[in-house]
Design a protein around this ligand. Structure first.
Ligand code: C2E
Ligand code: CA
Ligand code: CA
Ligand code: CA
Length: 280
């Protein structure tokens, strides 16, 4: 028994130690990495269920590390939220998105609204939208083409603050969505105060087995009906099967974002996809 305990102790410490080392390494290199364009954005299309066309996309950050290769956001976003660097990363993503939209407009390409994730770390600053406006103005992109995704967890951390934040976002002209809705302890009741434009239903709503669970679909379609009554657009996240996609269309969910339609892809690939859809 003593040996087993000892082993567990050493085991966990080794994991902690490696995590600390990795974080130290990220901390040392993050500023240079941002300057060296090691962070890139991928776009995941949102498919309109009514006609199957691309109705928008979400910008998702990736770290292309020369040593470690493509690092997924789950490995650095939580750490950067703790040390504050996420603010710079989010603004970098926003800058790249605005530059891309400017280019699309200049080149007369098809254009769809793009959403970006905004970490709660920004909300500590009263003037958190000022840098966003500065970037947007620099590229002269209409604010209606930009959507800011806030996560459900912020609702519970500080609902009053969030109501003010959404108000600010709207006054500055951006669209606003509530991300990961239903992933935690979302209370439907909160929706009466949370005045967003879009509700993104977390993939927790959709189980792995296809669309056979009647109870599950009753819950989903009720949430979609409620959202409609509140005049919210609905996006179902993490949809992987055609069956789920067909069900969502049937219950009049507005958009789908998931592997069944497309994974997050590099900008050039997204542009090709968008152009091919529009030519038909
Ligand atoms: P999220 O905002 O909920 O983004 C959606 C995540 O779900 C993405 O993971 C996407 O690749 C994944 N996904 C989409 N469709 C499917 C599907 O059908 N099946 C499965 N299994 N997954 C699907 P990703 O890109 O790894 O991002 C993870 C999280 O990292 C994001 O979750 C978001 O919270 C955070 N993140 C990503 N980019 C940024 C950013 O620029 N700023 C901030 N603050 N956070 C970001
Ligand atoms: Ca998101
Ligand atoms: Ca989400
Ligand atoms: Ca998430």
């Amino acid at each position: 028994i003593a040996t087993a305990q000892h082993f567990t102790y050493v085991f966990y410490n080794e994991i902690d130690r490696q995590k600390l080392l990795r974080e130290k390494d990220m901390e040392n290199r993050m500023h240079l990495a941002l300057g060296d364009d090691e962070f890139v954005i991928y776009l995941q299309p949102k498919q309109r269920l009514e006609d199957g066309e691309i109705g928008g996309a979400e910008a998702l950050v990736r770290w292309i590390d020369p040593v470690r290769g493509l690092v997924p956001p789950d490995e650095f976003v939580p750490f950067f939220e703790r040390n504050g660097f996420i603010i710079e990363v989010d603004l970098y993503v926003f800058d790249r998105v605005c530059a891309m939209l400017r280019r699309w407009l200049d080149e007369g390409r098809p254009v769809v609204p793009i959403s970006v994730n905004m970490s709660w770390a920004h909300l500590r600053n009263n003037d958190f939208l000022e840098p966003y406006d500065r970037i947007r103005a620099q590229y002269d992109v209409p604010a209606e083409l930009l959507e800011i995704e806030l996560t459900e967890t912020m609702v519970f951390a500080n609902p009053e603050l969030l109501i003010g934040v959404i108000d600010d976002i709207h006054r500055h002209g951006y669209r606003c969505s509530l991300d990961d809705f239903g992933s935690g302890y979302s209370s439907l009741n909160a929706l009466k105060d949370i005045d967003v434009d879009v509700l993104k239903l977390d993939r927790a709503f959709f189980s792995d087995e296809d669309a056979d669970n009647e109870r599950e679909w009753n819950v989903i379609s009720s949430v979609i009906d409620l959202a409609k009554k509140l005049e919210l657009e609905t996006v179902a996240e993490g949809i992987e099967s055609i069956k789920q996609s067909a069900m969502l269309k049937e219950i009049a969910c507005d958009m789908l974002q998931g592997y069944v339609f497309s994974r997050p892809i590099p900008i050039e690939e997204f542009e090709a996809l968008l152009s091919s859809g529009k030519e038909e």
